[in-house]
Design a protein around this ligand. Structure first.
Ligand code: G1P
Length: 288
């Protein structure tokens, strides 16, 4: 068995990136020559996932355009001898399938994931929040394995200082963290005040969920911030089935704010064999 579908919620209007996002969706802002979204897709594909489910908004047609085949562009690039770029363009959506579904109103992350129900079908699936870019596919691959092993849902976790927890979903462990970082969970709460948080382990934007979560999502009532919270649906799952977290120290770039995006782009491009050396040289010329 293999987790086949990855849901990427991308219906948000990118208000923190205005005016850039007035015309260009945040997910398509570039890191080097790739949209940020492509890094998230590549992470999913790296685990063997072959179906990307974009939860988009009708106000962001550029998301759909990104996946449309462009045979004329490919041909003209090839005619100009640019075979490598041609291949990169051709490969978008070729070896994997894309479904685009629409979230018509911004009612929260739980609602966004619920919009993917039909596209995912009745099997375990991953959720990747595109505001976070991971160093590689290893964490998601491990989570897929834990889900298939335990038959229950899995969330990615990170330990943070107590005063940072209230911006996140926070979990209640039901036992010790094992040598691989796997920990059973008995509870979770969305954005609790720091002094009421059950631990210092926060949910980061990667999930592998069993499909019964869609019933829990359908039964949600507004939670923190008046939104339909995915965390509340996960709590309902954890109360009646095995539920695990994977505590990870993976490189994680938070691209949710303009400064976060810029620093993530710099870190990612410094590791890029083509663009990295030039950027490093430029940075060295700046005042300390
Ligand atoms: C969402 C989730 C939250 C999680 C966070 C990770 O919150 O609701 O549980 O900890 O992503 O980034 P948001 O950042 O959308 O407020």
């Amino acid at each position: 068995m293999q987790v086949r579908s990855a849901v990427i919620p991308a219906a948000g209007m990118g208000t923190r990136f205005l005016p850039a996002t007035k015309a260009v969706p945040k997910e398509l802002l570039p890191i080097g020559d790739s949209p940020a979204l492509q890094y998230v897709i590549d992470e999913a594909l790296g685990t063997g996932i072959d179906h990307i489910v974009m939860v988009s908004s009708r106000d962001k047609p550029a998301i759909e355009s990104y996946f449309e085949p462009m045979p004329e562009l490919v041909e003209s690039l090839e005619a100009k001898g640019k075979a490598d770029v041609a291949e990169r363009i051709r490969s978008i959506g070729r070896d994997w399938r894309v479904s685009v579904v629409y979230q018509d109103s911004p009612r929260g992350l739980g609602h966004a994931v619920g919009c993917a129900r039909e596209a995912v079908g009745d099997e375990p699936f991953a959720v990747l929040l595109p505001d976070e870019i991971m160093g590689d596919s290893s964490l998601l691959a491990q989570m897929n394995a834990v889900c298939l092993d335990t038959g229950g849902s899995v969330v990615a976790l990170k330990q943070v200082p107590r005063d940072e927890v209230s911006a996140y979903g926070v979990v209640a462990p039901g036992g010790p963290v094992d040598a691989d970082g796997v920990v059973p969970l008995t509870g979770m709460v969305e954005k609790p005040p720091a002094d009421e948080a059950p631990s210092d382990m926060i949910i980061i934007g990667r999930y592998v969920l069993t499909p019964d979560v869609f019933d829990e999502i359908a039964a949600l009532t507004p939670g923190a911030g008046g939104e339909l919270q995915l965390t509340d649906a996960l709590l309902a799952q954890a109360e009646r089935a095995p539920f695990h977290g994977v505590l990870s120290g993976i490189a994680r770039h938070d691209t949710g704010t303009p400064l976060g995006f810029l620093t993530a782009a710099i870190e990612i491009i410094l590791r890029d064999p083509d663009l990295g050396p030039g950027l490093r040289e430029f940075l060295a010329t700046l005042e300390p």
